[in-house]
Ligand binder design. Sequence first.
Ligand code: AMP
Length: 222
Amino acid sequence: MLGRKIHVVFTGAPGCGKGTQARILTEKIDIPHLSTGEILRAEIKKATPQGLQLKELLDKGNLATDEMIIDIVSCRIDEPDCKDGFILDGFPRTCPQAEAMQKMFAEKNIKLDAVIEIQVPDEIIMERILGRYACMKCGQGYHDKFLKPKVYGVCDKCGGTDFYRRIDDNRETVQNRLVNYRALTYPTIPYFENQGLLRTVDGTSTIEAVSKKIDEVLGIDK
Ligand code: AMP
C-alpha cells in the first residue's frame, strides 16, 4: 500500500497503453483497476437485453450512453474495495462524463490526484491494437510482435493456454474508435488541463519506461 489514498484517471487514444499501465500500477499499489470497457464486456457476456444492446455499440466502436456509464462508475466506486483509492481506465470519455465525474467526486468527498494522458501517434496505434491479445484466464495482455509469452502459447503469469482477441480490435472498428476519440474524448484534455490535473506521458517507449514515468509523475517511489 502507498500509505495515502490515490484517485487517478488514465486517458488517451485506444491502444495507447492505458489498460496495460493501469494494470501495472494497481498491482503495485493494490487498489482496484476500474476499466469501463471491461465492465461493459462483462455485461455483454451475460447476454442480458442491455448486454445485447451494448454489443452492437461496442462491436462498431461506438460509445455507450453517458447516463449508463456515469451510473455504472458511481455504483462501482461506492464498493468497499475502492475505499483506499482506484484507477479509472477509459472513463471519462466525453465532456459530460468529465463534468459528471467531478460532481460525483465532490459529493462523495473524493479528491482526484491526476489525469494521466498517454500520448501515442495514430500510426503506431493501429499496429499495436491489431497485434494485441490476452490470456483468457487472467487477462494478461500480449502482442504478436512486441510482447510475446516467454513460452509459446503459455501465459507467463498464470500458465493459461487459452487466449483471445477483442472483437473491436479490427481495422475498421479501430478507425471509428479513433474518430470518436478525437471528437468526443480529446476535448476532455483541455478541460482537465485548465484544472491543473493533466499530466502527459509519452507512450511510445517501452512498457517499463512508461510505467517508470507514471510512477514519477504520481510520486510513487517503488
Ligand atoms: P476500452 O476497453 O476502454 O477500449 O473500451 C471498449 C469500448 O467500451 C469502447 O470502444 C466503448 O464502446 C465502450 N466504453 C468504454 N468506456 C466507455 C465510456 N466511458 N463511455 C462510453 N463508452 C465506453
